[in-house]
Design a protein around this ligand. Structure first.
Ligand SMILES: Nc1ncnc2c1ncn2[C@@H]1O[C@H](COP(=O)(O)OP(=O)(O)O)[C@@H](O)[C@H]1O
Ligand SMILES: Cc1ncc(COP(=O)(O)O)c(N)n1
Length: 510
């Protein structure tokens, strides 16, 4: 059983000894998303970046023994299925899913042909994979695979692919993440097509646009994407949010694939581009001439992907361009007030563990200013409104901050509260620049980019750095706390648009 907060994700797939696709890619992708990865091998594949040489299938009984060994012992938070190879393997996995993985989210990557063009599924097994669709939560076909799942010729263009995905979704009651990597265009869009009975076509289509990255390093993109999706779903994201985040992450991993130098063919993506950085600690030291990088700078760098997701999130973009619906903005403000209420207490707690009077005064003052901001919000914008119920993200964020306080570590608290300054200042700059007199949220945007807040942010960074120097053993846990707060900042911004407002108790718009 994994530690609380870490999701256990099982990949059932074939191998790639050169590390770019299959189970090896899956485990990297799961780790890059903070999951605990496990793997059951369906097929041993002698392949590298130039292509597939040989495939060896262990007996199906042995596959079952591997599957049972995991499920007899370990709680599963999600299952990702990749290469299956033959109809009998498909049947065994289907049987295991029905008996031992009931209720577990399943992401099915219907691997049929590798990027190199080599077959990874016997032709007579295609209908068996189709039958597996009813057991999957999400299926992630590329365009040729989608055609086979629909039992139709492959779609010739993106609109036909979306229509075809709709037919597959309705026929099998499965959400389809259709991938546009095989389109010959300057973009590489994906789309999430899910069944919704009251929609005009019986499906909802959410497009996930992306620019095509100019690289030949596309080995294992499908494997990596589906594992990222499974891990994000396992950690509690909705399928829509998980798909958007996974796609964003993959684009970055493709953009930075050139930093790796693996093989002579189609190289792998850079799975850890956005999370751990590509340099080992020793290489970082060498690159920096032996000078230690400030701990807070490494936290900032390690959260780059998450921060970019925040910036590009639908809420921030809509707030910046003014298209945000007023009820979503109001819902956000109500959650902000709840958050500030809890945050003020956490800042006050930081004053209690501060090492000197000056820092104590800083946190105490910050707590007072936070209360002021909360009261202002109630007086000027939320007046006369019934208190809102906290949303799951608001609760999760405050729980995380309070947990940091409960550890009694000043470093941990300094790290956990820091993104609310630092990320907020960063986003604030972007929003402040979006101001113009006719902007519907101009008065709100004017509150960003405040010089006093900027200075407070610098001091909070400095105090966290000092706390790290005083407590080197506490640095890894503090780095995780910083990372989690940054991710929760992202989710907090995403919540008003990603979640259905009805589900969150927001009354319908007048
Ligand atoms: N050059 C590229 N630039 C950006 N995204 C890409 C590129 N190539 C593939 N992708 C993305 O990688 C994922 C896998 O795509 P695809 O190649 O269609 O599937 P598969 O790897 O299963 O054949 C999709 O999210 C797709 O949009
Ligand atoms: C074992 C295995 N599974 C899947 C793929 C497909 O790779 P891609 O993600 O590039 O389509 C592969 N090459 N090998």
């Amino acid at each position: 059983m994994s530690a609380p907060g870490v999701s256990a994700v099982l990949s059932i797939a074939g191998t790639d000894p050169s590390g770019g696709a299959g189970i090896q890619a899956d485990l990297k992708s799961i780790a890059a998303h903070g999951g605990y990865g496990m793997a059951v091998v369906t097929a041993l594949v002698a392949q590298n970046t130039t292509g597939v040489r040989e495939v060896h299938l262990p007996p199906v009984d042995f596959l079952r023994a591997q599957l049972d060994a995991v499920s007899d012992d370990v709680r599963l938070d999600a299952v990702k299925i990749g290469m299956l190879g033959t109809a009998s393997v498909v049947a065994e996995v289907a049987d295991w899913l029905r008996t031992s993985a009931v209720g577990v989210p399943v992401v099915l990557d219907p691997v049929m042909v590798a990027t190199s063009g080599d077959r990874l599924l016997e032709a007579d097994a295609e209908s068996a994979v189709r039958a597996l669709l009813t057991l999957a939560t999400v299926v992630t076909p590329n365009l040729p695979e989608l055609g086979i799942l629909a039992a139709e010729p492959p779609a010739a263009d993106w609109p036909s692919a979306l229509a075809q995905a709709g037919r597959v979704a309705r026929a099998h009651g499965v959400t389809v993440l259709v991938k546009g990597g095989h389109l010959e265009s300057g973009s590489s869009p994906d789309a999430l097509v899910s069944v919704r009975a009251d929609a005009p076509d019986g499906v909802d289509v959410v497009e996930l646009p992306a620019e095509r990255v100019r690289t030949r390093n596309s080995h294992g993109t499908g494997c990596s994407l589906s594992s990222a999706l499974a891990t994000l779903i396992a950690s509690g994201e909705t399928v829509a949010v998980a798909a958007a985040l996974a796609k964003e992450w993959l684009s970055e991993a493709l953009r930075r694939s050139e930093e790796l130098d693996v093989g002579r063919g189609r190289g792998p993506v850079n799975h850890f581009a956005g999370s751990l950085g590509t340099l080992s600690p020793a290489a970082r030291l060498r690159a920096g001439g032996g000078v230690r990088e400030p701990v807070t700078s490494s936290w900032w760098r390690d959260t780059e992907t998450v921060r970019r997701q925040t910036e590009r999130g639908a809420f921030v973009r809509a707030l910046a361009d003014g298209s945000l619906a007023p009820e979503r903005f109001d819902a956000y403000l109500a959650q902000d007030a709840i958050y500030l209420d809890g945050y003020a207490d956490v800042l006050a707690a930081a004053a209690l563990t501060a090492p000197d009077d000056q820092e104590r005064a800083f946190w105490a003052d910050a707590a007072v200013q936070c209360r002021d901001a909360e009261m202002q919000l109630h007086l000027s914008r939320l007046s006369g409104r019934a208190a809102a119920r906290p949303w799951p993200t608001t609760v999760a964020y405050l729980d995380h901050l309070r947990t940091a306080v409960a550890t009694g570590s000043h470093l941990r608290v300094s790290a956990a509260v820091l993104p609310c300054y630092w990320v907020y200042r960063d986003i604030g700059l972007l929003l402040h620049e979006a101001r113009h007199p006719a902007h519907p949220y101009d008065d709100w945007l004017a509150t960003y980019g405040d010089a006093g807040f900027d200075e407070a942010t610098e001091r909070a960074i400095g105090y966290a750095e000092r706390a790290a120097a005083a407590d080197p053993d506490g640095v890894p846990a503090a780095g995780s706390a910083f990372y989690r707060s940054t991710a929760l900042e992202r989710d907090f911004f995403a919540a008003p648009v990603e979640r259905d407002l009805r589900e969150l108790g927001v009354p319908p718009a007048r």
